[in-house]
Design a protein around this ligand. Structure first.
Ligand code: TXA
Ligand code: MG
Length: 382
């Protein structure tokens, strides 16, 4: 039940949580696990504490933060006194809270510091399901602002060691809760518009398909059910479905320090797109190499036709990172950031990611991959 303190199993865990909570209450940021990605938390209602998040990450001031709560009571303390949740929010919170869903709410400037909202009229709030996150918020008895615990522009961390490698020296506590289950950030949803449409501002851990299904099931008297608007791009990164996005989505993002190539193995839908055969593609990778060797990191599903390909070229050395199988994008979602960060850490010169179809978690995966990639290539295998 979301209104009670989560069960903490060991003395050691409790001690670590108390230490982290003390640090937070003294106004310092702390990194902690959530089910989506690791967060860099600070007291949301303390302007100076939240300012340290921006400084630590090098985050632009116009990119607002998500406020994390551990109970509906804490949620209510952040909202206008007689605010009632819209029906769509009742349905969505019933199914997806606690969990990887962030909702926009009307913002009371007397409660929420403007640094959190970057002067938007709304505040983004989510109730994470990770027991460590829930316990930390509940122990501190305070809502926590928490962006992903990475330097701005880098892939989000899904393991404590990712946070440590990136932010060591800048923060004093990283709570280690093991690898994050979801692996991509929460879905950010705006259901506050009079037209009744549900706007997905950032695709994420909760899929658009699941949101549509819950709205259909929970609002059977609303015919047709509320429309879910999503911003979609096509194979050329051009907008095909127009919908608002978060302020954060305008930034280049999720990029490791090595170049990333998005590899499309499906035939391009238009003949004006240049297509390479695999040999041409391999030799095009030469430009990334050092001393005539190019170390290529490959992120692809194991049923991909290139997974077992051993190229007859001595200028490429391949390091593979499995994205599971192409029929289960939830596994790829779970592995994407770890794959990018591991291949970067392994010293690859270029990372090649095979494109996913934009269904279910594939939509959020491709949203992140397009931002990470500096180029797209179409390749035909003979
Ligand atoms: O899963 C997650 O959401 C993780 C974990 C730590 O909870 N947090 C996270 O935070 O991804 P961050 O700061 O990396 O991304 C927050 C996104 C940004 O794109 C930001 O622009 C958007 O949420 N956002 C925050 N407040 C908003 C608001 N009031 N209106 C529209 N977008 C907002
Ligand atoms: Mg982030």
């Amino acid at each position: 039940p979301s209104d009670s303190l989560p069960h903490v199993s060991s003395e050691e865990t409790l001690q670590a949580l108390n230490q982290a909570s003390d640090q937070l209450l003294r106004g310092y940021p702390v990194a902690f696990p959530t089910e989506t990605v690791y967060g860099l938390g600070a007291l949301a209602l303390d302007e100076a504490a939240s300012a340290q998040i921006f400084a630590t990450k090098g985050r632009p001031a116009d990119n607002p933060l998500i406020v994390h709560v551990s109970s509906f009571e804490m949620l209510r303390s952040l909202l206008p006194p007689d605010y009632t949740l819209p029906r769509a929010y009742q349905a969505l919170t019933k199914h997806f809270w606690p969990g990887p869903l962030t909702l926009l709410f009307p913002c009371l400037p007397s409660i929420i510091p403007s640094i959190i909202t970057a002067n938007q009229k709304t505040v983004a709030i989510r109730m994470p399901s990770h027991p460590v996150a829930r316990a930390l918020i509940a122990l501190s008895n305070a809502p926590l602002a928490a962006p992903s615990a990475n330097s701005s522009g880098k892939p989000s961390p899904t393991r404590a060691e990712h946070v440590f490698r990136d932010l060591q020296g800048k923060i004093s506590i990283v709570l280690d809760g093991g690898p994050c289950g979801v692996g991509l950030e929460s879905t950010v949803v705006d259901g506050l518009h009079e037209d009744g449409c549900i706007r997905v501002l950032r695709p994420g851990g909760v899929t658009v398909e699941d949101i549509e299904q819950v709205l259909r099931e929970e609002m059977p008297d609303v015919v047709p059910p509320p429309r879910v608007l999503v911003h979609r791009r096509d194979y050329r990164d051009e907008v095909i479905e127009q919908a608002p996005t978060t302020p954060g989505m305008k930034y280049r993002h999720y990029s490791p320090s090595v170049p990333v190539i998005l590899l499309n193995l499906d035939a391009p839908p238009s003949s004006d797109v240049k297509t390479l055969d695999f040999e041409e593609f391999l030799s095009s990778l030469r430009r990334f190499g050092h001393h005539n060797v190019v170390k290529v990191g490959l992120l692809a599903p194991e049923d991909s036709p290139i997974w077992n390909y051993s190229p007859p070229y001595d200028h490429t050395q391949w390091q593979r990172y499995s994205m599971g199988v192409s029929t289960d994008p939830s596994v790829a979602a779970h592995r994407l950031f770890d794959g990018l960060l591991s291949l970067e850490h392994a010293g690859t010169h270029v990372i090649v990611i095979q494109a996913f179809s934009e269904e279910r978690e594939g939509l959020a995966i491709m949203n992140r991959v397009r931002k990470a990639a500096s180029e797209s290539q179409w390749v035909t295998l003979s």
